[in-house]
Design a protein around this ligand. Structure first.
Ligand SMILES: NC(=O)c1ccc[n+]([C@@H]2O[C@H](COP(=O)([O-])OP(=O)(O)OC[C@H]3O[C@@H](n4cnc5c(N)ncnc54)[C@H](OP(=O)(O)O)[C@@H]3O)[C@@H](O)[C@H]2O)c1
Length: 332
């Protein structure tokens, strides 16, 4: 495993970080707590020291599962990244993100909410659920169009001064918003989506972050399982699994992606690696990428993903993958 510092902060994370969204169950068709805990522990056993979660993942459940998984570990050996700003527990009018089903099975609305008192409250709640007295990286999950960034920055400055958080990160922030908030408070990292089939950040966010020493921790590098090659036509998703409605997992997009994966499969095989490992390795080695957040639902997936850096891609292999990717046309 390799470890990298985030921006100008003193937080160092593992370049493969465990993504704990799916283990929260919400939007992933439920969770198996024992398997989730075993997945996180397997990742830690194999050198992953960092775990990314969020208050909204399973409406607190992911953070609680992370707390149980890391109970036997020394807190200072790990880095916990969590997120605030997507609230399912407020009734004030706020820009809505989803209408969904809550943890209690009742209808819930998830809203953008990054007001100062909301941030302080969310930090306290996350500390309780995570059973810890500090968070390594506290990230705003999505921008809140209803709150000026200086209000959020003030609350975060207070939390930094109190030692309740070690560093501030953003997620899904545009260049304009990153620039605005960076003038108020040091931003250690930004967390955007990035995968072989979702490379939009290469145009703007990635170069901005590199130039301004903001680390880039990318999410969904396996495109939520699609790039493992296991999703074939007719694949069944269960319960509220959001992938059932994603155009990338259907029709011509799915056929073309799988054809591409079959073309690059020999490169994986020549290294004794799986497609998932090849995809993770390629993603982390793209210029400017600091770390990849990879989700896993069980110890087998966690082990496969954690071992993705055990081989090096040659320049020729990388060029060949890039050439095939350039020829891959998907519709949105
Ligand atoms: N900031 C944000 O807005 C945001 C948004 C999304 C994600 N994230 C973060 O990024 C993390 C990773 O992203 P993600 O979970 O969306 O997607 P991902 O890492 O691309 O895919 C994870 C999913 O793929 C499947 N999988 C993983 N490893 C596998 C393997 N070796 N073989 C076969 N299947 C495998 C698992 O689901 P199945 O077994 O069910 O197929 C797993 O839950 C999240 O957990 C979260 O921490 C952040």
């Amino acid at each position: 495993m390799i470890y990298r510092k985030l921006g100008k902060s003193d937080v160092e994370i593992s370049a493969i970080t465990f993504g704990a969204w799916a283990v929260g169950g919400w939007m992933w068709g439920g969770t198996d707590e024992a398997q989730s805990i075993a997945a996180i522990r397997k990742a830690i056993e194999l050198g992953i020291t960092s775990i990314d979660t969020a208050a909204v993942y399973g409406f607190g459940r992911s953070e609680e599962i992370v707390a149980k998984a890391i109970e036997p570990c020394k807190r200072e050996d790990l880095q916990i990244l969590t997120k605030f700003g997507l609230r399912w527990d407020i009734s004030e009018p706020a820009p809505e993100r989803w209408k969904t089903t809550g943890r209690d099975g009742k209808p819930a609305t998830v809203s953008h909410w990054a007001k100062a008192d909301g941030i302080i409250h969310e930090c306290e709640q996350s500390l309780k659920r995570l059973n810890t007295d500090y968070i390594d990286v506290f990230q705003q999950h999505w921008p809140d169009p209803g709150t000026p960034v200086d209000e959020s920055a003030e609350a975060l400055t207070k939390l930094l001064a109190q030692g309740k958080i070690r560093a501030v990160g953003e997620s899904n922030f545009s260049v304009e918003l990153l620039d605005e908030i960076s003038h108020q408070i040091p931003i250690a990292s930004n967390q955007p989506p990035y995968s072989m089939v979702n490379r939009g950040i290469e145009d703007d966010v990635l170069p901005y972050c590199v130039e301004n020493d903001i680390s880039v921790i990318v999410y969904s590098p396996l495109q939520r399982g699609l790039l493992t090659g296991k999703i074939t036509p007719g694949y069944e998703f269960h319960g509220d699994d959001h992938r059932a409605n994603s155009g990338l997992f259907k029709g011509e997009n799915l056929n073309r992606t799988n054809a591409f994966l079959n073309e690059i499969r020999p490169i994986a095989e020549s290294h004794g690696a799986t497609l998932a490992q090849l995809v993770i390795n390629w993603t982390l080695n793209r210029p400017g990428i600091t770390a990849v957040l990879v989700g896993a639902r069980n110890p087998k997936q966690a082990e496969e993903n954690a071992k993705a850096l055990q081989f090096d891609l040659s320049e020729d292999e990388t060029a060949s993958i890039n050439e095939k990717l350039d020829a891959l046309e998907l519709t949105s």
